[in-house]
Design a binder for this molecule. Structure first.
Ligand SMILES: [Zn+2]
Ligand SMILES: [Zn+2]
Length: 270
């Protein structure tokens, strides 16, 4: 099934609400818990219906790869002296939220709830002010961003996803819901890619093998700019508190949200 250009998150909220009501009211099903991405709108529906929620692994993997791409690309992009000098979206992203906020103010663009906006939203607004022709349109995928990770290895994005899933499965098998162990395992990927396999011990040896093994050439120099950027990114987005939501106790490692199912079975036409 193809669904044209409509974003799946617009469909998600309506579909989830309809589906849940049908399951509850027509089929008399008791629903204790639903897996979803960090979607605030869906959270509200669930909360109203008194249903617990878990986070979706598919989305976690997808976001992690996106963040890794940004981090690696960041090592190749030079921040322009001023916002107005930006010619690429990736350059706008070099500025902090605060800097973008101040720049928007200087242009008399007032954005509601600016301090709670996500970076991507701010970048989109700034981009629309810089290039009014593109205002309101979704940001085009930045080719450099897509390539950033794969320039080090063509399979790096896939490896990152597999590593994350693999680390979660290890916790499941160990019947251990310790978020700290999981976070540490995920973060070892930065060293593995740098050719330092001292942490790819017994437990992680299969993950190591699946991601090129110890004999493959390092993807980047150990201790270099890219290594530090990848390590910092993993620390931030696979922190102990974040990984707590993906341990065995909650079984999330294997669960996927409605949104990911829409994406798999109703692929967007690109
Ligand atoms: Zn999801
Ligand atoms: Zn390794």
């Amino acid at each position: 099934m193809l669904r044209g250009n409509e974003s799946s998150w617009k469909l998600e909220t309506q579909c989830v609400e309809k589906l849940l009501h049908r399951l509850k009211d027509e089929k008399n099903l008791i629903i204790a818990e639903v897996v979803h991405d960090d979607c605030g709108a869906v959270d509200v529906i669930l909360w109203r219906m008194n249903i617990d929620s878990q986070k979706c692994m598919w989305h976690k993997a997808k976001t992690l790869v996106k963040r890794l791409r940004e981090a690696v690309r960041g090592t190749k992009t030079v921040k322009p002296a001023a916002v107005v000098a930006c010619e690429h979206v990736r350059e706008v992203k070099c500025f902090t939220n605060k800097e973008l906020e101040l720049w928007l103010e200087s242009k008399c663009v007032h954005v509601a709830g600016v301090s709670t906006r996500k970076k991507d939203e701010l970048v989109e607004i700034v981009w629309g002010v810089l290039f009014p022709d593109e205002a309101g349109k979704a940001l085009r995928d930045d080719v450099v961003e897509i390539d950033a990770l794969q320039t080090s290895h063509c399979n790096a994005a896939e490896e990152a996803k597999e590593w994350l899933y693999g680390a979660c499965r290890l916790r499941e098998r160990a019947k251990d819901d310790d978020g700290d162990v999981l976070a540490t395992h995920v973060q070892h990927l930065a060293d593995h890619w740098a050719g330092d396999h001292s942490c790819c011990d017994k437990e992680l040896s299969n993950l190591c093998k699946a991601a090129g093994g110890p004999d493959r050439d390092p993807l980047y120099e150990a201790g270099g700019r890219v290594h530090l950027a990848v390590a910092r990114c993993l620390q931030q987005f696979s922190s102990n508190t974040k990984m707590e939501c993906y341990t065995r106790a909650r079984m999330t490692f294997n669960n996927e949200c409605f949104h990911s199912v829409i994406n798999k079975y109703a692929t967007k036409v690109v």
